[in-house]
Write a protein of this length. Structure first.
Ligand code: NAD
Length: 263
């Protein structure tokens, strides 16, 4: 199946590594021109270089801190200028720190809201004028299975991410008549540097092996393993592509069956 991504112009936020980088790579391999952003200039440039060498298509690194409104606006405008327009926006950001309600300081709530929720609002706000000029515009937000099923010790994610899917649904309702498709992916446990670091921290704290920590994490996942970033990215690329032309307002789990709800 041809996804129809060749020549599409895509901006993937928070993409120097992890789910964002995997999505940028998949889009690029499918022939899209991609801009990626993150804060670390060197790491971002390395990622862009690696993807570009593999795909043979240009990948543009644009430094921006997604907790800063002005930097988001400037970065989106730079991406659209560099790419000659914008067909695809993938909103993403670093995850909020772990913790329970009791262990989470009050000021962490505002920071998590800025990075996890308001970054998506600001990215969409800045990108909309460009997406409106596209023939096949698509927005994809990256959230988490925590919007359907809270995850222990991640109170900030459990509480703030539902706002991202609320935004996604509202945008689908408002932008659908203009032909702008809006969807979200709810990833389950996926092998990224962030997840590996969290596992290593728990191994040190609990005196456990990698296998023991993994067994605890995948106990309630029917596929009994975590995902590779590419497994997430293939779904992301499809949802952003013209091949998904009637998929709209969907919250798509990529979670190995971990969400237990029937709907
Ligand atoms: P990651 O930490 O591996 O990568 C995060 C990316 O965001 C990096 O490129 C980092 O440079 C960038 N970033 C972080 N803060 C930023 C900022 N202020 N400005 C600009 N860029 C910034 O994380 P990941 O595992 O790829 O996860 C991506 C998102 O998906 C996170 O919000 C995470 O919580 C969520 N998520 C991940 C999983 C998983 O298992 N990996 C599961 C569910 C949800």
């Amino acid at each position: 199946m041809d996804l129809g991504l060749s020549g599409k112009r895509a901006l993937v936020a928070a993409a120097s590594r992890g789910l964002g980088a995997a999505t940028a790579r998949c889009l690029s391999l499918e022939g899209a021109q991609v801009a990626i952003c993150a804060r670390d200039k060197k790491r971002l440039a390395e990622t862009a270089d690696v993807i570009s060498k593999e795909s043979g298509n240009p990948v543009y690194p644009l430094v921006a801190d997604l907790s800063r409104s002005a930097q988001i606006t400037a970065m989106v405008v730079a991406a659209a200028e560099t790419l000659g327009g914008l067909d695809i926006l993938v909103t993403n950001a670093g995850g909020p720190p772990p913790g329970t309600f009791e262990s989470t300081p009050l000021d962490a709530w505002a920071a998590a809201t800025e990075l996890t929720f308001l970054s998506a609002v600001r990215l969409v706000h800045a990108a909309l004028p460009f997406l409106r000029q596209s023939e096949s515009p698509a927005i994809l937000t990256i959230s988490s299975l925590s919007v359907k099923q809270p995850i222990a010790n991640l109170v900030l994610s459990n509480a703030v991410r539902p706002a991202v899917v609320g935004l996604t649904k509202a945008l689908a309702e408002e932008l659908g008549p203009e032909g702008i498709r809006v969807n979200s992916i709810l990833p389950g446990l996926t092998r990224t540097e962030r997840v590996e670091a969290l596992i290593e921290a728990d191994m040190a704290r609990n005196g456990t092996t990698y296998e023991e920590e993994m067994a605890v994490r995948v106990r309630n996942t029917p596929l009994r393993r975590m995902a590779e970033p590419e497994e997430f990215a293939r779904v992301a690329a499809f949802l952003c592509s013209p091949a998904a032309s009637y998929v709209h307002g969907a919250m798509v789990p990529v979670d190995g069956g971990a969400i237990k709800a029937t709907l």
